[in-house]
Structure formats: structure tokens, C-alpha cells
Design a binder for this molecule. Structure first.
Ligand code: F6P
Length: 557
């Protein structure tokens, strides 16, 4: 059995170091070092990261660097960029970086340079998106397209939906986008109710073209269109597909000219840069889509070449490992103070948890340390009035990323200052807290004014008004969320996840855990579809059998 990372010297040293740092409050670290902000912040690729409000010192970083070195991080980064089959359980490369390899240097998989195919698909996307946007692509009855409906789930939905939402100020004025993912017919039917079949374009996005939710929604949407337009020939003008399974797309009835290909070396949750990004390109134009790729490429170059402790994804990844593996943090909050990033936490849930939610190493050995954090979050100001109470006074350690745009996408006076002041107030308060002496002093001032009004009751609530602080945060700043900046931001988190996976020795590019639910659902479905009131349901537990029978009896009435 290969040695687990926690059996190495760096891990042991970090454990010892954590014990030393555990009683130290963040406010003490700031008091001790007037240069702390300068020391623990970095600006690169148009992103500024302040990581000074973390429970770390120079020694911590040195030890984390040792850990990365023991895990051969530099080597793994090189292997990914060279197109090695680092997704060992599926025997595939993980080459999302090739999809945005704007310098076009050759990248080989099985001895073939993939850049020719990558560029050919980008060119096809350009032709198609231009035709739709310019109104030259017409629906079956001759009208230009007005609604773009992406049908997909997981990586074939979350990435494109998040980016399309984030870049809404770049949208074509005639076009409206919809993302249908849930197999609950409510999602599709609510969407269809808003559509005019004559002006709607459906994109069936599925890497495998077998995913139950997507295929059922796709078939229902096709039937709806045929019913509305009265001819199945209409499908050719209103349906396109994005998939690695071209044969299955043809069998579904979508002409090869309307298929956009990608490849098995693109993981679902890393695929928004591929043809899966077609709904983005349609909404914001191919030039802007390619700026998204340019931004990601710039970050890729930084990740590939910068020294470990000057490397943004490496720093953020190591800081996460520090909290998960040494401080027992089980969750991480993603808090965008940029409303256009409303879907970013949901997107990151898949990116992080599907990648890092693993319990065995690449070699299949059981790890005996925690891996992925549970990712959650919401746009900052909304979160403040919902769950921040727990961050301020609850009992959990919750490292949080504050993601902040300096410039807004609008020109309403006064709003951006409110956003910025709230974000900074929160990171300050989460770090500093308010100790008992400060609370008492504040109450004394309050008392002198309020007592005259007879408000005595609130002054015996001292412990309720104390804030422990010491909650760690990263603050990530950028000027404005342009396509290029968003590309950098997404690539930053993708690579951060990779760094964590290397430190923990796990494969971040497979997702076997999702399979079991899919398998069981596919066996249960025919059972629910039979007319028989009760079925034997051999092999199910008594709860599942009982529920199945309850549902069948109810539905048969
Ligand atoms: O939910 C698991 C998963 O395999 C994801 O990894 C993937 O993004 C999603 O399903 C959709 O798969 P497909 O694109 O093949 O329909």
C-alpha cells in the first residue's frame, strides 16, 4: 500500500503547528504584525487576494509548501498540462485547459494534437451563434429565434447557467435564455408555457446522451414542438445537440450538422469551456465567449508557472487543506458580493464536492482524513440577513470566501458603496469579533442614554452580545465582472480543487458516487410504471418496499 499523505513529515509538522496556533486569535496576529495585510495578499491576473484574515503565519505557509512538495504538486500540475491520463479510474486525460489554450501550443492525447478539433468546434460555434444572433437562422415557420432553451443537468447545466446569468449585461437584446434541468415535469412545463414554438431553439446538452433527466426532458420538448408546429420536420430547425456520443445524438434524430462535439477528456463539471458553452456563446456572442476562454487561459499560465507560494490557486487550495485537514472545518461558505454571481455557489457545489467528495486515494486506499468541505453560500447581502448569525455567534468554524466586484454592472448611485462597505464590515467583524470588555464598554455608553427611557432589561444580556470572532476569510477582489474576469475566477477555483486533490492523493475527475443512485432509479422506474397494484420488489429494504407499495396503491385509485 502506498503511503498516505498524513504519514509524511509535513503532515506531522502541520499537526504540531496547529496545536501551537490554536489558542492564538486572529486579532492577535494582526496586533503583532503591522505588515500582515501586505505580507499575506497577492495580486495577479487582475485578481487581488487578501488572505491575511486566515489563521496562518509565515511558518504555516512554509509547512503547507512542504506538504505540497511531498504530494508532488508541481509534478502533477505538469502532468495535467501535458495531457497525461491523470483521471486514472476512467483512463482519461483531464484537459479542460486545452479548451481554452489560446496560445494554441500543441497538446496531445494518445499522440494526437487535440487543438485542431478544439478550434474546429469553436469555429462551428461561431458560425452557428452568429447565424442565430443575426436572425439568419430561422425556425421552421421562417421566424428568427428568440428563446434559447438548454436542456441538461449537472455539468451540462450549472456552468453554462451560472455564466449566462453572470454576464447578463452582455446578452443579445432579442434573445432570452432558459435552463431546464429537473426531471420534475414542472420545470419543463413552466418553461414551455413561456415559449413560442416558432421562435424557440432547444439545445440538448449531455456528455453521455444517456442521462435520464435530460433525455426525458428532451423527448418531451421534442414532442411538444412537433405537436405545436404539426410536423416532425420542424425538429431540424429547433433542436441542436452537444455531446461526446455522436451516434446516440443521430439516433435521437438530430442531424450531424447540428451536433457540437466534445471529448471524453473533458469532465462534465469542467465542460463549460467546450461546446457545452454554446448557450453562453448564443447569449453573449462568440467574441465574448472567447474572452472568457482568454481569461481562463491567463490564469492557467499563472497556475502552470508561478512558484507555489506566489500561485493563487495553490495558495487558496493549501489554505483549504489547512482548515479541512488540521482544524476540522467541515464546511466552506462562498459569499459573492456581486449579485450577478448569484449562481456561483451552486456551480461550485458540483465543482468542489463532485471532485473532492472521495474516500479512497487514486490507488484505491481508504483515506483516514477528511476530504472535501461542504460548499454552500449565497450572495452576500442576502446571506447577512439569513445565515450570517451562525458565522458570527454559532459554534462552527466556517472559512469563507468573500468575492467582491469593485465596479458594478449598473449605474444606480449609492449601491456599490453599500455593497463594498457591507462586505468589508463583515470580514472585519468575523475576524475581530467583540470581546466581553468591548461589549461591556459599549453597553455602558448605551445605558447612559437608554436608562432615561426606562430600557433596563437589555443590559443584563452581556453574553448574548459577545462575538468570538476568529472566523477566517479570504477576500477576492476584481474590477468588474467582464467575460475575461469570470474566466479567470472559474479557472482559479478549478485549479484550487486540483491542488486539494493532489494534497489528499485523490482523483478529482471521476464521480463514481453518482452512479449508484442512477442505477437504482433505473431499476425502480419500471416497477412504478407497471399496472400491478403491488409488486414483490425483491431486493429492496422494507422501507423502500413499503413506500413503493404506498405510492402504487395511491396511484392506482
Ligand atoms: O451527476 C453526475 C454527472 O455525471 C455529472 O458529472 C455530469 O455533469 C452530469 O451527470 C450530466 O451528465 P451528462 O452531461 O452526461 O448528461
Amino acid at each position: 500500500m502506498d503511503k498516505l499523505i498524513n504519514q509524511g513529515t509535513a503532515w506531522a509538522a502541520l499537526k504540531k503547528h496547529q496545536k501551537y496556533l490554536a489558542p492564538v486569535h486572529l486579532r492577535d496576529l494582526f496586533a503583532l504584525d503591522s505588515q500582515r495585510f501586505e505580507r499575506f495578499s497577492i495580486e495577479t491576473c487582475g485578481l487581488f487576494l487578501d488572505y491575511s484574515k486566515n489563521r496562518l503565519t509565515n511558518d504555516t505557509l512554509t509547512l503547507l509548501q512542504h506538504l505540497a512538495t511531498e504530494a508532488n504538486l508541481a509534478d502533477w500540475i505538469a502532468r495535467m498540462f501535458q495531457g497525461e491520463k491523470i483521471n486514472n479510474t476512467e483512463r482519461r486525460a483531464a484537459l479542460h485547459i486545452a479548451l481554452r489554450n489560446r496560445s494554441n501550443c500543441p497538446i496531445s492525447v494518445d499522440g494526437k494534437d487535440v487543438m485542431y478539433d478544439v478550434n474546429a468546434v469553436l469555429a462551428k460555434m461561431r458560425l452557428f451563434s452568429n447565424a442565430v444572433r443575426d436572425g439568419k437562422w430561422r425556425g421552421y415557420t421562417g421566424k428568427p429565434i428568440e428563446s434559447i432553451v438548454n436542456i441538461g443537468i449537472g455539468g451540462s447545466d450549472l456552468g453554462p447557467a451560472m455564466v449566462t446569468r453572470a454576464l447578463n449585461t452582455y446578452h443579445h437584446p432579442r434573445l432570452q435564455s432558459y435552463f431546464v434541468s429537473n426531471v420534475d415535469g414542472a420545470h419543463l412545463s413552466e418553461t414551455l408555457a413561456k415559449l413560442d414554438p416558432e421562435t424557440s431553439l432547444f439545445i440538448i446538452a449531455s456528455k453521455t446522451f444517456t442521462t435520464q433527466e435530460t433525455m426525458l426532458n428532451a423527448r418531451s420538448a421534442r414532442q411538444w414542438l412537433i405537436n405545436k408546429l404539426g410536423n416532425d420536420k420542424a425538429v431540424a430547425k429547433h433542436f441542436v445537440a452537444i455531446s461526446t456520443a455522436t451516434q446516440k445524438v443521430t439516433e435521437f434524430g438530430i442531424d450531424s450538422a447540428h451536433q457540437f462535439e466534445f471529448w471524453d477528456w473533458v469532465g462534465g463539471r469542467y465542460s463549460l469551456w467546450s461546446a457545452i458553452g454554446l448557450p453562453i456563446a448564443l447569449m453573449i456572442g462568440q467574441d465574448n465567449f472567447e474572452q472568457l476562454l482568454d481569461g481562463a487561459h491567463e490564469l492557467d499560465k499563472h497556475f502552470e508557472t508561478a512558484p507555489l507560494l506566489k500561485n493563487l490557486p495553490v495558495l487558496m487550495g493549501l489554505i483549504d487543506v489547512w482548515y479541512s485537514s488540521f482544524w476540522g472545518a467541515t464546511t466552506q461558505a462562498i459569499l459573492p458580493y456581486d449579485y450577478t454571481l448569484a449562481l456561483f455557489p451552486a456551480y461550485l457545489q458540483q465543482l468542489v464536492m463532485e471532485s473532492l467528495g472521495k474516500r479512497v486515494t487514486r490507488e484505491g486506499n481508504r483515506v483516514d482524513y477528511p476530504t472535501s468541505s461542504i460548499i454552500w453560500g449565497a450572495p452576500g447581502n442576502n446571506g447577512q440577513h439569513a445565515f450570517y448569525q451562525l458565522l458570527h455567534q454559532g459554534t462552527h468554524l466556517v472559512p469563507a470566501d468573500f468575492i467582491i466586484a469593485l465596479d458594478s454592472q449598473h449605474d444606480l448611485p449609492g449601491h456599490q458603496e453599500a455593497v463594498l462597505s457591507n462586505a468589508l464590515a463583515q470580514t472585519h467583524a468575523l475576524m475581530m469579533g467583540r470581546n466581553i470588555e468591548e461589549t461591556r464598554a459599549e453597553l455602558e455608553i448605551l445605558k447612559s442614554t437608554s436608562l432615561q427611557k426606562g430600557e433596563i432589561g437589555k443590559f443584563d444580556k452581556l453574553p448574548h452580545r459577545v462575538f468570538p470572532g476568529n472566523q477566517p476569510t479570504n477576500t477576492l477582489l476584481y474590477k468588474k465582472l467582464t467575460p475575461a474576469v469570470l474566466g479567470k475566477l472559474i479557472a482559479l477555483y478549478e485549479h484550487k480543487v486540483f491542488v486539494q486533490s493532489v494534497c489528499w492523493g485523490i482523483n478529482p475527475f471521476d464521480q463514481w458516487g453518482v452512479e449508484l443512485g442512477k442505477q437504482v432509479a433505473s431499476i425502480l422506474l419500471p416497477t412504478l410504471q407497471t399496472d400491478q397494484e403491488k409488486t414483490a420488489h425483491l431486493g429492496y429494504d422494507s422501507s423502500t418496499k413499503g413506500l413503493l407499495n404506498y405510492i402504487k396503491i395511491y396511484r392506482s385509485r
